[in-house]
Ligand binder design. Structure first.
Ligand SMILES: [Zn+2]
Length: 123
């Protein structure tokens, strides 16, 4: 036991040294040498796959942004209604000062006198 500890875990009675000295050494084949050299020192830095797609993707995004900036102002939006005016009219209708009117055509919902035109959107 004490003898094995003195020699160390790598040297098993000098067998490793004998194998290194007596076993024949075979040189690597040229194909293996060239593969190792190519793996260790690549000729040129390889480009990533996304580098090829970067210019078309950037141009597509730029075109989309320009079209969005150009088209967005011309898109239809809700009609500009003054919220204060809307609330004031609702209060006046609620207090029976003004008659209720249709939201789409703007005509009164009920007649106040004969012959007056009223909303017919719901009919
Ligand atoms: Zn109406």
């Amino acid at each position: 036991m004490a003898n094995e500890r003195a020699e160390g875990p790598e040297d098993d009675g000098g067998m490793g040294r004998l194998l290194r000295e007596r076993l024949p050494r075979h040189p690597a084949t040229p194909v293996l040498r060239s593969a190792v050299v190519e793996a260790l020192m690549p000729a040129g830095a390889r480009q990533s796959w996304w580098v090829f797609w970067m210019p078309p993707a950037c141009s597509a995004v730029a075109t989309a942004l320009v079209m969005l900036l150009w088209i967005a102002p011309s898109l239809p939006s809700a009609p500009a209604v003054d919220p204060a005016q809307l609330v004031a009219r609702a209060v006046l209708v609620y207090t029976h000062v003004l008659p209720p009117t249709c939201g789409s055509c703007g005509l009164k919902l009920e007649r106040r006198y004969l012959g007056e035109s009223v909303c017919r959107c719901g009919r």
